[in-house]
Design a protein around this ligand. Structure first.
Ligand SMILES: [Zn+2]
Length: 224
């Protein structure tokens, strides 16, 4: 269990690793990123990184979901991109694999990220797995850190995820919760309780001796 001073050093290391650089977070749908890594993205942004939240597609209610996603990104201090745009809804499963890879390639080429975060393989939603697979392919374009985040869900499902890295989000947990709540169409009408996301962050925090944390799997990390 680290002292507060030690934890401050670790926190500084994360901020300085990506300060002045771009972190690209890719989620299949609106709200996936807020649920999985909202606290991490807010921390990176506060630490001086340019953080781009890229949503691959909006599956329904385009205008409403886009507006909610924009509000959430603003709360986290991040830029929002919708990769398959045109003001229409589209299901990722309807895209060819090469089309999806092309879409992600384009944003990686443009932004030249120092790190990319996206869905992992242990997911219940097939769209999320398709995005993961396409993101893996983008690693051929450039050397960046590659992380997978916790399965994002609106209803708790039994999928396994074992983080290999943890980000202390004690300072940004409230920002994360506000960003999730900005998705009113998902968490208002359906009255899905938000407590579970706080509970999960608390549990991850206990595993590294801080109040709240988010877990990441490490696909590739450049320790140069
Ligand atoms: Zn999703």
């Amino acid at each position: 269990m680290g002292t507060e001073a030690e934890q401050a050093v670790i926190a500084q290391a994360l901020a300085s690793r990506y300060a002045g650089r771009t972190v690209l977070a890719v989620g299949a749908h609106p709200d996936d990123l807020e649920l999985a890594v909202g606290g991490t993205l807010a921390r990176l942004s506060r630490g001086g990184a340019r953080v781009v939240m890229a949503i691959v597609s909006v599956p329904a209610d385009y205008a409403l979901r886009r507006a909610e996603a924009e509000e959430a990104a603003a709360i986290l201090g991040c830029e929002l991109r919708i990769l398959v745009d045109g003001g229409t809804t589209r299901r990722i499963e309807d895209m060819r694999t090469y089309e999806l890879v092309k879409v992600l390639d384009a944003v990686v080429r443009e932004l030249q990220p120092a790190a990319l975060m996206t869905h992992g393989t242990a997911e219940f939603h097939h769209d999320h797995i398709l995005v993961h697979d396409a993101a893996v392919a983008t690693q051929r374009l450039r050397f960046f850190d590659f992380f997978s985040y916790h399965p994002s869900f609106c209803r708790l499902v039994p999928v396994q995820f074992h983080p290999r890295a943890y980000v202390d989000i004690s300072d940004t947990i409230e920002i994360k919760m506000r960003a999730i709540a900005a998705h009113k169409s998902q968490f208002g009408n359906r009255s899905i309780p938000l407590d579970i996301y706080r509970d999960m962050a608390r549990l991850n925090g206990r595993l590294i001796g801080v109040d709240y944390a988010e877990g990441l799997d490490v696909g590739r990390m450049l320790l140069a």
